[in-house]
Design a protein around this ligand. Structure first.
Ligand SMILES: C[S@@+](CC[C@H](N)C(=O)[O-])C[C@H]1O[C@@H](n2cnc3c(N)ncnc32)[C@H](O)[C@@H]1O
Length: 276
């Protein structure tokens, strides 16, 4: 007897997580799981070959989000393309923890290194009155972020601008005015890049990962300007790595800023909240 679509996905490569196989099945059929369960139909030959193809690519380490063309972030989905960093669950936590840290709704928000735009879009939705600026050094990332903002119908709320950290057009007008400065900057020490899992190393662009010899270069670049750009009661919120603990300690010893560290759901140092 011919297998149903569900049976075909269930019995396909066990090297791939079952949940992922079911997402691929929904993708190739264009039907939701409950519909597939109710209909008990087999896959047509085209669907069957597309499913095998996706599974093969996944076995080779292509991230699922790239195969499906979308990534979930908090409660929405965004378009993903090769050449732009795919957001991780830690970054969802960065947004959630930042919301906890804010004492009032921010009026002016800057995100440095927006990638596909996930953080800026989440904040634009959360704070409908806020003005947002989102930057990136990568034009590919900025184009994708703009498309994603369009898709979420908030394109006109966010000014996307290319730049190297605070070196972007109009930056000087933001001095002393930012209620929220947020960033998930590159923070992997250069020497460790080659040791990252192939799924990260081969698919996330190097510029989104490389934090210089000690991983602290870009974070330091942001912290050096934080006092100048934050409003008196403003907050800077950064995603970091436990490896930055030492350079951060040294930096904090001579900095006029106030630092508060935060851990992720694994208990690892992951967030840094900074005030003037
Ligand atoms: C780790 S990714 C984070 C992307 C996105 N914000 C997220 O959380 O998914 C870092 C981003 O910073 C950008 N970037 C790297 N160096 C930069 C710089 N000097 N100035 C601005 N953006 C930079 C990269 O292109 C990349 O999109």
């Amino acid at each position: 007897m011919q297998k149903t679509a569900l049976e075909e996905a269930r019995s396909a490569s066990l090297k791939i997580d079952r949940q992922e196989r079911l997402l691929m099945l929904e993708y190739v059929t264009g039907r939701s799981l409950p519909t597939l369960i109710a209909r008990k139909e087999p896959l047509d030959p085209d669907q069957s070959s597309r499913l095998s193809d996706l599974i093969e690519q996944r076995e080779k380490g292509v991230p699922l989000q790239l195969l499906l063309g979308t990534a979930a972030f908090l409660d929405f989905d965004l378009e993903v393309t090769q050449g732009v960093f795919i957001p991780r669950p830690e970054t969802e936590q960065l947004v959630e923890r930042t919301l906890d840290e804010l004492n009032e709704d921010p009026g002016l928000i800057l995100e440095l290194g927006t990638g596909m735009g996930a953080i800026a879009i989440a904040l634009a939705q959360k704070f409908p009155e806020a003005r947002l600026i989102a930057t990136d050094i990568s034009p590919i990332a900025l184009r994708l972020a703009e498309r994603n903002a369009e898709r979420m119908k908030i394109r006109e709320r966010i000014r996307f601008v290319m730049g190297n950290l605070f070196g972007f057009e109009g930056a000087s007008r933001l001095e002393g005015r930012l209620d929220l400065l947020i960033s998930n900057p590159p923070y992997i020490p250069t020497g460790l890049l080659a040791k990252l899992p192939p799924e990260v190393r081969n698919f996330d662009p190097l510029i989104s990962l490389d934090g210089g010899s000690d991983g602290f270069r870009i974070v330091k670049g942001i912290l050096d300007e934080t006092e100048r750009f934050l409003a008196p009661k403003g907050l800077a919120a950064l995603e970091i790595d436990p490896l930055l603990s030492e350079p951060l300690e040294r930096y904090a010893e001579t900095s006029p800023l106030q630092f508060k560290k935060g851990v992720d759901s694994y208990g690892n140092l992951r967030f840094l909240f900074v005030r003037r």
